[in-house]
Design a protein around this ligand. Structure first.
Ligand code: ZN
Length: 352
């Protein structure tokens, strides 16, 4: 039996209140702390579990995720009276991480996947980001005024790893969308405050954090081959232009592109599934497809510069199904039909 247990309801509330307090009272001279919090939530989801256990994270993993988050933000932005410049991410001179990303973007003409096709260049970039992370936000994140809270991890002020305290990964997973929404809106407010003249539309949020509808067409031929020209969901032939690359775990739940999470479907099947989780019969096929072609897919996606870590994709799926099961939510089968989970998802995702 696990020596750990999920945090008690009161501890969960305290976690959220402390997080709110951190965002309201912490001092933010750059956007680093937002990116760090976001990265911790993402990693809790990919690497953690729902046992309530502590979770060790390397600063390299944290920095890698932060570099991904900053990649799009280091592009020039046009909007309102703000004209085609990189947004300011710090109160003084531009944030060092943004400058690192700016240089990397120039090497790859702005394409993250192109840049990642050279793993050595990517990890060299991560190491440079990591130096800043360990110097700046990592040991300052939990400081509010003269208080050091230490509710997420111990402030040991050095080293290349941290350990999320018992219950922290659990809370970050249980309240993932709440936490990331809070962090993103605080991040957005910082950007608005320090970049006068930005318009008030939704564009800025999409620019900073991405949208589902970025161009996934480069992966279409690859998926067509793996699925032998059939729709992933209804298994009928894909004909003509109606095929869409679908996020198996919907983008609205976890907005990171991971190779193994992509399936190819009819535009109509994709549209009907929408933001719902797929039924367990589809999950079974997804697991089977990844077992059958996962290594080949990882290689092909890797060559295309797309992160394709099967464990990460399975981790995200396990989290998403556990969340839906806990809320007694429904999943999509076909057309407009929904059903409740039977529990077979646990075996499917445990075995792989
Ligand atoms: Zn279909």
């Amino acid at each position: 039996m696990s020596p750990w247990a999920p945090p008690a309801p009161q501890a969960q509330v305290e976690f959220l209140l402390t997080l709110q307090r951190l965002l309201a009272e912490g001092s933010f001279v750059a956007t680093y702390k937002f990116a760090l919090l976001h990265a911790l939530a993402d990693l809790a989801l990919v690497k953690g579990d729902d046992s309530g256990a502590p979770l060790a994270l390397s600063t390299a993993d944290i920095s890698s995720r932060m570099a991904e988050l900053y990649w799009r933000q280091a592009a020039p932005y046009s909007g309102g009276t703000h004209r085609h410049e990189v947004l300011r991410h710090a109160t003084g001179s531009q944030a060092a991480i943004v400058n690192e990303l700016l240089a990397a973007r120039q090497d790859a003409e702005g394409s993250l996947s192109r840049f990642r096709r050279d793993p050595a260049a990517w990890w060299a970039l991560v190491r440079r980001v990591d130096r800043v992370v360990r110097q700046m936000p990592l040991w300052k994140l939990q400081t509010v005024g003269t208080e050091r809270l230490g509710f997420l991890y111990d402030n040991v002020d050095g080293g290349t790893s941290i350990e999320l305290k018992p219950g922290v990964a659990w809370c970050l997973r249980a309240y993932y969308s709440l936490v990331t929404e809070l962090v993103r809106s605080a991040w957005l407010r910082f950007i608005r405050r320090h970049n006068p003249g930005l318009e008030s539309g939704a564009d800025l949020g999409t620019f900073l954090f991405g949208g589902e509808r970025c161009d996934l067409s480069p992966y279409l031929p690859l998926l067509r081959e793996v699925q032998r020209g059939e729709c992933f969901y209804c298994e009928r032939r894909l004909v003509g232009e109606g095929a869409a690359v679908d996020h198996f775990i919907p983008w609205s739940r976890y907005s990171v592109d991971l190779g193994h999470n992509f399936v190819l479907a009819h535009g109509t099947c994709n549209g009907r599934k929408s933001d719902l989780l797929a039924a367990e019969r589809h999950l079974e096929r997804w697991v089977e497809r990844n077992e059958r072609t996962g290594l080949w897919l990882a290689e092909a996606f890797g060559e295309a510069g797309l992160p394709a870590d099967m464990d990460a994709s399975v981790g995200v799926a396990r989290w998403a199904y556990a969340q839906t099961a806990r809320a007694n939510g429904q999943v999509w089968t076909h057309g407009t039909e929904l059903e409740h989970l039977s529990g077979s998802w646990m075996t499917l995702l445990a075995a792989s």
